[in-house]
Write a protein that binds this ligand. Structure first.
Ligand code: PBG
Length: 306
């Protein structure tokens, strides 16, 4: 009766890693219990998740090294398997809410989220690539575009591009306050998407900064974002709280791969009780102010609470 915070399955967004091919469900070493899926098996997995009551999913593509280039051209190419996957999942499960990843890194031979020229990430030319990718994903039927790249001005540019192409109903969940964090390590293993040189500190945020998150939020709001996201979640609960208090937009938080990995590892060693520690972690993110939580725990949480 007096519980102040409730966490339902409708608050959760479940991420999936994909690769091209058939019959693939390959385990990810640093993310125990998670896999890289080919579309055929992923469709069955999504069906199972929907039965459990999960409805929201975000898809991340692993791309063959041979298809990567400096301009991430495969991201909008006609025969991109990821776009085909969006099409097929939406056809099979029209009531599922599907979110994409908009960023160059899975497709980039430099492993960066932007175009690299002489060792520098060039912001404005990158916007064109992000817009082409976004329009291609909108054409494939995506519900929510998820720009995770942190280039300045990309929310507005993407909004104009997809509206111009006639996709006014597609929403944008902006990775608003995405920090240059060590907790993305297992994700980069999962997709082989780590930067080939340098780091992401010229475009992702300094973990020391909080006011900057507000500035990013104001810009994203002005540019037309439909949701604001904070990432990672656990070390940044104060930032989630701040954005929730300062904006009327829905706030999302990304409970990232490193957060999943560290809890799983402690539980595998018998040092923490998974069925208590995992829901407590999710609840704390929700209590901090997140309306939606992107989390690799979604299926376990659904099974635990069903
Ligand atoms: C890249 C991207 C990253 C994540 C989501 N999109 C990694 C990065 O910025 O290097 C991380 C997610 C996670 O760690 O779970 N565009």
């Amino acid at each position: 009766m007096i519980s102040e915070t409730r966490l339902g399955l409708n608050n959760l967004i479940y991420p999936f890693f994909m690769e091209d091919g058939t019959g693939i469900q390959s385990p990810i070493k640093s993310l125990p219990g998670l896999y890289r899926w080919s579309l055929d098996l992923l469709l069955a997995e999504i069906g199972e998740c929907m039965e459990l009551g999960l409805r929201n999913f975000v898809l991340f593509p692993a791309v063959d090294e041979g298809l990567k280039d400096k301009m991430a051209t495969y991201s909008w190419s006609e025969d991109n398997y990821y776009l085909e996957a969006i099409r097929q999942i939406k056809t099979r499960f029209p009531e599922a809410c599907l979110m994409s990843d908009v960023a160059m890194d899975p497709y980039s031979s430099d492993g960066h989220d932007g175009i690299v020229e002489d060792g520098i990430i060039v912001n404005d030319p990158t916007l064109d690539v992000l817009c082409r990718m976004s329009v291609a994903q909108a054409q494939a039927g995506i519900d929510i575009l998820g720009p995770s790249d942190m280039m300045d001005g990309r929310v507005g540019a993407i909004r104009r591009a997809v509206d111009g192409a006639g996709f006014t109903d597609v929403s944008i969940m902006s990775y608003t306050a995405k920090y240059a964090s060590a907790y993305y390590g297992p994700f980069r293993d999962a997709l082989d998407s780590a930067p080939k040189s340098g780091d992401k500190k010229t475009y992702q945020m300094d973990p020391a900064n909080k006011t900057e998150a507000l500035r990013e939020a104001m810009l994203d709001e002005e540019e037309g974002a439909d949701f604001l996201m904070v990432k990672p979640a656990l070390c940044y609960l104060d930032v989630i709280h701040l954005l929730k208090e300062s904006s009327t937009l829905p706030i999302a938080a990304y409970n990232v791969s490193g957060e999943y990995a560290m809890l799983k590892a402690a539980c595998a060693n018998g040092w923490l009780d998974y069925n208590r520690a995992m829901p407590e972690m999710l609840l704390s993110i929700r209590r901090a102010g997140a309306d939606a939580i992107l989390t690799y725990f979604a299926k376990d949480y659904a099974e635990l609470t069903n």
